[in-house]
Design a protein around this ligand. Structure first.
Ligand code: HGY
Ligand code: MN
Ligand code: MN
Ligand code: MN
Length: 409
């Protein structure tokens, strides 16, 4: 076998081409799960996989698997991530890991490799969870953490049912959930944070991932006239929501170094300039590497909401959307990543992931690890998301080296 080498130019070109799919009239990238744009992106990926000689299989939650060599499917080295995006997204989040996985298979095939263990390149459905919750849904179903029928019954804010959307875009596959059980799992991903860039390092050997808690909070007050209702007589759902946001920032995130709190979505009803809001519906995203602190943040929010009902005369309802404990990845796999970076003379460090990833789900059923590359300015989930081509190439090279070791194991 010759020395396999990644075709960096083709990887970068595909990132741009996939990144062009799902642009709105204003040019924003929003390829939300199971939309027509997602179908277009899926079709593009599946076409590249087939051109590269992989067998493409789709399971019942729409996870796409590109398998090579075709003769074997059992017990593969799985390289995965996702190609769905958030709203007004960057082009690297998720797509980089899937396309680099495809590039690794192409490099090994090109070099005449005859692996003792097959490779499966996976694009998991609905990692972002923007349209349907929970996030990391496809990999969670794959890992047996969410019943397939419950996932197919998920409903978005327009009342669309996930299973019907999957059928509509032609990706309701026949493969049973979890059928392709990985021997081990690797995910290459942009860091989406500031750590590697600040340290001037090229590679993150990700050994852990923080816990995530997602809730939707609905506060019911009373609509009333903005000009005639005395402050003391108000049951102002808008004010109550504002107090929750301040509490999360000052008393939860502010009080604990490792805890992060975000209210990313908020809407008032009836949403009129001269009407006191009767209802406020918002999401709460809590993160912490320590499970006890994450639990304490959830408890602090629950107590605050109880007190608010009393003080503001409102009613409060919460709905749990997702809850994942912190994860530690496989030390041996993490060691392979660090060693491969070292052999290439790439500056690297072990680190934890602030973002959620499919790897945290697959880690439930197989040894898993992640490889990070730097994000410029630590920016992600934003059109300014960027990673330098040299860093993208280096990450793919490290992925290739580790996979080349694993397929011989
Ligand atoms: O929210 C997350 O961290 C993941 O990207 N869905
Ligand atoms: Mn991602
Ligand atoms: Mn993301
Ligand atoms: Mn993610």
């Amino acid at each position: 076998m010759n020395a396999p080498a990644i075709d960096h130019a083709r990887l970068l070109d595909r990132l741009q081409r996939l990144g062009a799919v799902g642009r709105t009239a204003s040019g924003a990238l929003s390829r939300l799960a199971l939309t027509d744009a997602d179908r277009e992106g899926r079709d593009l990926l599946a076409g590249w996989m087939r051109e590269a000689g992989l067998e493409v299989r789709v399971d019942r939650i729409g996870n796409i698997f590109g398998l090579w060599p075709v003769s074997q499917v059992a017990d593969p080295v799985m390289i995965g991530s996702h190609i769905d995006s958030v709203i007004d997204a960057g082009i690297y989040d998720g797509c980089y890991g899937v396309l680099a996985g495809l590039a690794v298979v192409e490099a090994l095939r090109q070099a005449g490799a005859a692996p003792a263990r097959p490779i499966a390149v996976a694009a998991f459905t609905n990692e972002e969870g923007v349209r349907f919750q929970p996030d990391m849904m496809g990999s969670l179903v794959h890992a047996g953490g969410l019943d397939i029928d419950a996932a197919l019954a998920a409903v978005d804010s327009d009342g669309c049912v996930l299973g019907e959307e999957l059928a509509r875009i032609g990706y309701a596959g026949d493969l049973a959930p979890g059928a392709i059980r990985p021997h081990c799992y690797l995910e290459l991903h942009i860091e989406q944070g500031p750590v590697l860039e600040a340290a001037g390092l090229a590679i993150g050997a990700v050994d852990s991932l923080q816990g995530i808690s997602w809730q939707r909070v609905t506060i019911e007050g009373a609509a009333n006239h903005a000009g005639t209702t005395p402050i003391a007589a108000r049951r102002d759902a808008g004010l109550a929501a504002a107090r929750v946001i301040a509490h999360l920032r000052d008393r939860v995130a502010g009080a604990n170094a490792g805890t992060l709190a975000t209210v990313g979505s908020l809407r008032f009803e009836p949403d009129a300039i001269n009407v006191i809001p009767s209802r406020a519906v918002f999401t709460v995203d809590l993160r912490d590497p320590e499970e006890e602190r994450l639990q304490a943040a959830e408890d602090s929010l629950a107590r605050f909401l109880e007190g608010l009902a009393e003080s503001e005369g409102v009613t409060v309802a919460t709905e749990r959307l997702a809850r994942f404990q912190p994860v530690r990845f496989d030390p041996a796999l993490v060691g392979l990543v660090a060693a491969a970076a070292g052999r290439r003379g790439l500056g690297h460090r072990r680190m934890t992931s602030g973002a959620g990833h499919d790897a945290q789900m697959i880690a439930r059923i197989a040894p898993a690890a992640m490889i990070f590359v730097p994000s410029r300015g630590g920016i992600s989930h934003n059109p300014a998301e960027f990673t330098a081509p040299a860093d993208l190439a280096a990450g793919a090279d490290v992925l290739l080296d580790v996979v080349a070791e694993l397929i011989e194991a």
